[in-house]
Design a protein around this ligand. Sequence first.
Ligand code: SF4
Length: 395
Amino acid sequence: MKRSINAVINKSFALQKMQAGKPIIIDFQKTNFQKIYFPRSNRRDWKNWHWQIKNSITDLDRLDEILGIDPVEKAGLEDLNIKLPLRITPYYADLIHSLGKDHPLRRTVIPSLNEFQKSFGEAADPLHEENDKKVPGLVHRYPDRVLVLLTDFCSANCRYCTRSRLVGQTKMICDFEKVFLYIQEHKEIRDVLLSGGDPLTLEDSKLEFYLQKLRAIKHVEIIRIGTKVPAVLPQRVTVQLVNILKKYHPLLMSIHFTHSDELTPECRTACNMLADAGIPLGSQTVLLKDINDSASSLKKLFHELLKVRVKPYYLYQCDPIFGSAHFRTSVSKGIEIISQLRGHTSGYAVPTYVIDAPGGGGKIPLQPKYLVDENSDYVFLKNYEDNFYAYPKIK
Ligand code: SF4
């Protein structure tokens, strides 16, 4: 019997066991990547989100060992002696490793000397969030909604992060008691966006505590969560987590995606679990130079997202944080991409392209010019094929 089980373990992916009358699948298959770089772990570890966080890449030597970095860049980064927040989950490192050295996703998480070059108009807090901070951890900019920065922790640190001044830096404090009182006292707040850092990296009990407290405030109509977990740590989307989330409807989720290659089977499962729990899912994508700045790349991403019930929601012009010039495209490029999507594919696959205005002006939508002229009788319009039409005015 023992020999036959071993044979199954060695030859196939999974072993079925009976537990409380239900079969559970134990996946014993390790990928080559796991065998080489995490040899003491097993497949159960790999599927455990705590293990993924604990074993994340957080220093340059380990990064070099696993993903290989340019020696000149590495020496330069070491010389600068600045502790850049660096974090990549083993899962995401495996994905990047498998995609090869030229894949654009590498640049989104691997530090570069370019981050130390300050260019025109860049700032640590270009959106002036600190100015709209009402209590520690709460930003109130728009009339009926607030942003709550629950944690400074992310399971993967994006090199172009708007909040790189805070994320992974242990400088951020969220005083939830004050946050709660502020929201309770401001009856105009009907929408609370939980972000950070990534709120889904909090333990279930802590996250549920926050959700419970917020849901108890009568004028809070919707709660939103901003996260990158399905893309970089899909193991976090457990049955327990979705069972908690679905207790606090209406709860919506905005998921950060960059490239269609992030839509792995694990990521698709995570999105489907969230969608099955009745959570409306939207995506947020930052337009990044030489990473996803083409209509074909983004169209593929948006189509794949719709297949897992994630509506492409926002396409962001990259915020001008310090050292972001190598990531930023021109605004005209963004508008050109939208004009290559609008009308050429389903409207559901076209997000709103926005600039989050430097100085704290909020999100400003940008789109190609479809309204070209008007006179006393008509407005003149241009369609996606550059054909002109006249719409009669009401007389
Ligand atoms: S997931 Fe969002 S908050 Fe976290 S590092 Fe990336 S951009 Fe910043």
